[in-house]
Design a protein around this ligand. Sequence first.
Ligand code: PMP
Length: 353
Amino acid sequence: MWEKNVRRVIPYTPGEQPGRRDITKLNTNENPYPPAPGVEKTLREFEAGLLRLYPDPEAAQLTEAIAERYDVSPEQVFVGVGSDDVLAMAFLTFFHGKEPILFPDVTYSFYDVWASLFGIPYRCPPLDTQFRIRPEDYLAPNGGIVFPNPNAPTGVMLPVDQVERIVAGNPGSVVIVDEAYVDFGGESALPLVERYDNLLVVQTFSKSRSLAGLRIGFAIGSRKLIRYLNDVKFSFNSYTMNSLTIACGKTCMEDEGYFQKTVARIVATRERMKKELAALGFSFPDSVANFLFIRHENVPAPELFGALKENGIYVRYFAKPRIDEYLRVTVGTDEQADRLLDFFKKYLNDRRA
Ligand code: PMP
């Protein structure tokens, strides 16, 4: 009988973590390069005795390092256990109205899960045929707005002047721009934060900073937004970030040179992959993220997905309306790209024969 009182939810399904090192793992948009070298040093030198104490609930060291890097006040920064945690807190805090919140029909598949969990009504304006967000769709009455920029899983960027149109057109709502992939060639909406107190920009250490396993995400916004976010966070769990993560995150954020270098490498590999994939008969929206959303003119995506997997190459496939002909492929190292491209060349060749 107790089941009638259970909160039933359909959870988000993350990409597979095979736990084997021989896999060419291009399925969860991780960074193929290790984190900044200082992180290893911080790990080695971390005093285990410190774990006796509760961590700093404000994670001040980390918050200050982020504030310094993005030239904002520490009171404009909120940190969490990955951007999933930050986004969940932001949904809980800011999406508490009666009108439906808005996010695109093709987007990060956690948004509808949080909306359902928290009982937030939502509506999903369709992307256009080229997978672009249409800003005018977001000028209708709403209880809040959230979208990734660049979008996932398409990699398509909405220019910042269009983001501004959405933010400026919705003074009665909080607009969350999820910039998980912005460092790979997108343009950040952060400069708008000084002018619009309803804009929350969310970023992560999981992609461009190679720390998916450590779990650090952050949001930057007006002082008022950040105060409201902290009030909800401290009503939920004061100690979400552990001391070791706080120390490693600070070290990572301070190494700008390494960050720039690894991001540039991934961008170079991505641009080469675009040329070679096009030559093999693939088409894709022009991604500015660390992944490509590809379809082949003759071969169905589920077939390619299966064949890749059998050959130890993992990519992501979403059996969902509008995108079930596509594969999302993470941009890894040049060697990983070669493995993928060589496989495609051989597979397509054999299939024709
Ligand atoms: N936003 C988007 C668009 C993502 O693709 C991801 C990665 N799954 C996240 C947020 C969350 O990443 P993390 O929690 O690792 O910061």
